[in-house]
Design a binder for this molecule. Structure first.
Ligand SMILES: [Zn+2]
Length: 138
């Protein structure tokens, strides 16, 4: 696990608040293992459907999907595991739903009050508070 990254949550008309992101990083062996774990079932499924008439037409799709998923997992060096921040309406710490694509700024909904929260790197906070030293690029 890599150390937490401090991000900044912002809601229109309310003071900004810190959002903490926790990442899991993968070494080369772990990346290969993850690629195999995701691609192997698709490869095995393509072998299973090979003798079945009609279903054999799905083999190019299955092999292409296995290649795409495997390459994607092989290149993935870290993954966002947790995103925790205060509720902008004062309902305490909330675990925000993890987005599919991680690129800042993120637009997420608070699970408690359903308010849209814009999550940015801490360095882009307008007030320039003490948490500007850790601006992690996602
Ligand atoms: Zn909320």
């Amino acid at each position: 696990m890599t150390p937490d990254a401090e991000l900044c949550g912002r809601v229109h008309g309310l003071p900004q608040f810190p959002v903490r992101a926790r990442f899991e990083s993968f070494g080369p062996a772990e990346r290969r293992r993850r690629a195999l774990r995701f691609a192997l079932p698709l490869l095995l499924l393509s072998v299973v459907v090979l003798p079945v008439p009609g279903f054999h037409l799905s083999i190019p799709f299955l092999l292409g999907s296995a290649l795409w998923v495997g390459r994607r997992r092989l290149r993935e060096t870290e993954q966002l595991r947790e995103l925790v921040g205060e509720c902008p309406c004062g309902r305490g710490p909330q675990a925000y739903a993890l987005p599919d694509g991680v690129a800042l700024p993120l637009l997420l909904r608070c699970p408690a009050c359903r308010e849209f929260v814009r999550v940015e790197s801490a360095g882009s906070c307008a007030d320039g508070k003490e948490r500007c030293e850790t601006s992690k690029v996602l």
